[in-house]
Ligand binder design. Structure first.
Ligand code: DC
Length: 213
């Protein structure tokens, strides 16, 4: 019998908890983890550093050759870079330029966990385990606000809600690889779940999908 490598695809909107869940799944199943949002954030940051326009495909494409060291820049986690990432990610050329790196990570021997927006739909539609993690806008805005407080960023809850709504709109309605629940993906709503409960629920769902349930 051929056993498929355990690829775990975790998709969902900003601040849904997908990053925390993906990290915990990787630790639980002993798999390497790739936060694909970080790649788009690096492109967004690089366009900014180049003084380019993130809404222009050519400028955004040029920024896909960002140096590896940029992936460790703490500025990638900021709200401003998240907005730039969402803008550069609408360009099909940018998505194509980042595709191979994500696919080879997904298809490495032994399996992997990837989180993002299009893992279950485009990067690894063949993944045997797929989750679509979501939460209400108020729950996500509150989490993001707490995170920004910890980072010392002065943003109001209203600004975050407006930013989340704009990003959701862009991520869901773009033509190239829009955010949506992949076929076969299990839905996990974390609005009312503390992190530990969300992680436990995610592990259960993945175990079932991998036939270990
Ligand atoms: O998950 P995140 O907030 O770090 O992602 C930042 C932006 O990057 C998000 O608004 C859309 C884009 N993105 C994407 O288009 N596809 C992915 N697989 C991951 C992120």
């Amino acid at each position: 019998m051929i056993i498929a490598p355990p690829i775990i695809a975790v998709d969902g909107p900003t601040a849904s908890g997908k990053g925390t869940i993906a990290k915990a799944l990787a630790a639980h199943f002993g798999l390497p983890h790739l936060d694909t949002g970080l790649l788009y954030r690096a492109v967004g940051r690089q366009v900014f550093l180049d003084g380019g326009d993130p809404d222009q495909s050519a400028a955004a494409l040029a920024a896909t050759s960002f140096p590896e060291s940029l992936l460790h820049d703490p500025e990638l986690r900021s709200e401003a870079t998240g907005g730039l990432a969402s803008r550069v990610s609408v360009h099909p050329h940018v998505r194509a330029a980042l595709l191979e790196r994500q696919r080879s990570f997904a298809d490495q021997l032994g399996g992997a966990v990837l989180d993002g927006r299009d893992i279950g739909t485009v990067i690894a539609p063949h993944a045997p385990a797929k989750l679509f993690v979501t939460a209400s806008v108020p729950a996500r805005a509150h989490r993001r606000w707490l995170e920004m407080q910890r980072r010392g960023e002065t943003v109001t809850l209203e600004e975050i809600e407006a930013d989340l709504a704009a990003r959701d709109e862009r991520d869901r309605n773009r033509a190239a690889a829009p955010l949506r629940q992949a076929e076969g993906a299990a839905l996990l709503d974390t609005s009312h779940l503390p992190p530990d409960a969300a992680i436990a629920a995610a592990i259960d769902l993945v175990r079932q999908q991998l036939g270990q349930g």
